[in-house]
Every structure is written in structure tokens, then in C-alpha cells.
Design a protein around this ligand. Sequence first.
Ligand SMILES: CCCCCCCCCCCCCC(=O)SCCNC(=O)CCNC(=O)[C@H](O)C(C)(C)COP(=O)(O)OP(=O)(O)OC[C@H]1O[C@@H](n2cnc3c(N)ncnc32)[C@H](O)[C@@H]1OP(=O)(O)O
Length: 176
Amino acid sequence: MHDAQDTRPTSSNPYMSDWLSSMQTTAHDSALLPPHHGDCLGCGPANQHGHHLRARRHGDGVVAAHVFDGRHVGAPGIAHGGAVATVLDDLFGFALYVVGELAVTRKLEVEYLAPVLLQTEYTLHAEMLSRNGRKLRLRARVEDQNGQVVATADALFIVVGPAHFTSRAPVIQARR
Ligand SMILES: CCCCCCCCCCCCCC(=O)SCCNC(=O)CCNC(=O)[C@H](O)C(C)(C)COP(=O)(O)OP(=O)(O)OC[C@H]1O[C@@H](n2cnc3c(N)ncnc32)[C@H](O)[C@@H]1OP(=O)(O)O
């Protein structure tokens, strides 16, 4: 059963009002988008194990410059595939600010076209391709400094209502 239509007050989730107001402050191209929250594995500045992803609005999508480091190593010198998937999933989370919907990942498919090297800057792009009811199809790509695409991701996100997050609020608050 889904909760996309649930518009009950959001005060029991400390991040909800920030997310909702962020959707309204991302109108400008190149605007730096706020992290999902301080501890977010993808973008939270307080998460020592996180990726600290920083994304900007770019047209109807988002763009980020990103460097994987030694914490994300898989094969020597190469980023772990799970780390790349994490960053791509989080980039989609930034694209939601532009789309203007609360949504969560239902399906994430990553193609690893070439090794993603550590200590190397990549440019990441993401945008929504289509929407059908609650189903959002999004696509992302990772480009090296020569413009070669080294990874792509296709995702299905499902729009949810605030209750999807508020019902887990005690877990979130326990970490604060
Ligand atoms: C701007 C805001 C930003 C902040 C946002 C938070 C960011 C947080 C940080 C971001 C971090 C990064 C992001 C993260 O890490 S998000 C965290 C990881 N994701 C999750 O935790 C989600 C866990 N899953 C669920 O909670 C439920 O499964 C949800 C809520 C997603 C759907 O359960 P629900 O019971 O509600 O829906 P449904 O099962 O009826 O399905 C709905 C529709 O979808 C269709 N369907 C399903 N599967 C497939 C498929 N494989 N191919 C094609 N279609 C498929 C299905 O047929 C149906 O279609 P229709 O019958 O309606 O036509």
C-alpha cells in the first residue's frame, strides 16, 4: 500500500520541512543543492564514511564533480562498484529536488563501462526521462575528463508521501 497522497504534517521527521523548502529554492541554474541530511551516506557532510557528494542544478537535471578516494577502493586503484552505485543513487536523490517530488529508489541498474579510478575527477549528470503516475524513470552518466562515459545508471523511483519517512522518524532521530 502506498502513501503518496498522505499529506499529514511532517513535524515528526526533522528533515521533511528542509526537503520541501529545498524544492522551492532550486529554481536557479547552477544552484548548489542542499545535502539530504548531515549524515546521508551519499552527501552528508557529517558522515565520515560518506561520499560528500555536492550537486548543482543544471537545466532540468543535476550535475556534480566527484572524486572517489581510498575509502571507496575495490580493485586496487579502482572505485568499488557499490560505491559508484551509491553515488549515482544519491545523485538521483538530488534530481528529485528539481523534479519536485518525494520519491525513493525501487530499482537501480548500473552499467560499468570502464574502470572508475580513485583520485580522479569525474562529472556526473542525472535527469528524469519520463513520468507515469508515481513511477519516475531517471538516467545518469559518469564522464571522465575527456568526456568518455565510464558508467551509466537507469533508475525507477516511486513517488511517496511524507508518511514514508515519518513512520521511520524514531530511527532517524536516534542518530542525532
Ligand atoms: C526532494 C526530496 C528529496 C528528498 C527525498 C529523500 C531523499 C533521501 C536520500 C536519497 C538517497 C537516494 C535514494 C535512496 O537511497 S531511497 C532508499 C532505498 N529505497 C527504499 O528504501 C525503498 C524501499 N521500497 C519501498 O518502500 C516500496 O517498495 C515503495 C514505496 C518504493 C513502493 O511501494 P508501493 O507499495 O507504494 O508501490 P508498488 O509496489 O505498488 O509499486 C508502485 C508502481 O511501481 C511499479 N513497479 C514496481 N517495481 C517495478 C519494477 N521493478 N519495474 C517496473 N515497475 C515497477 C508497480 O507495478 C506499480 O505500478 P502501478 O501499478 O502503480 O502502475
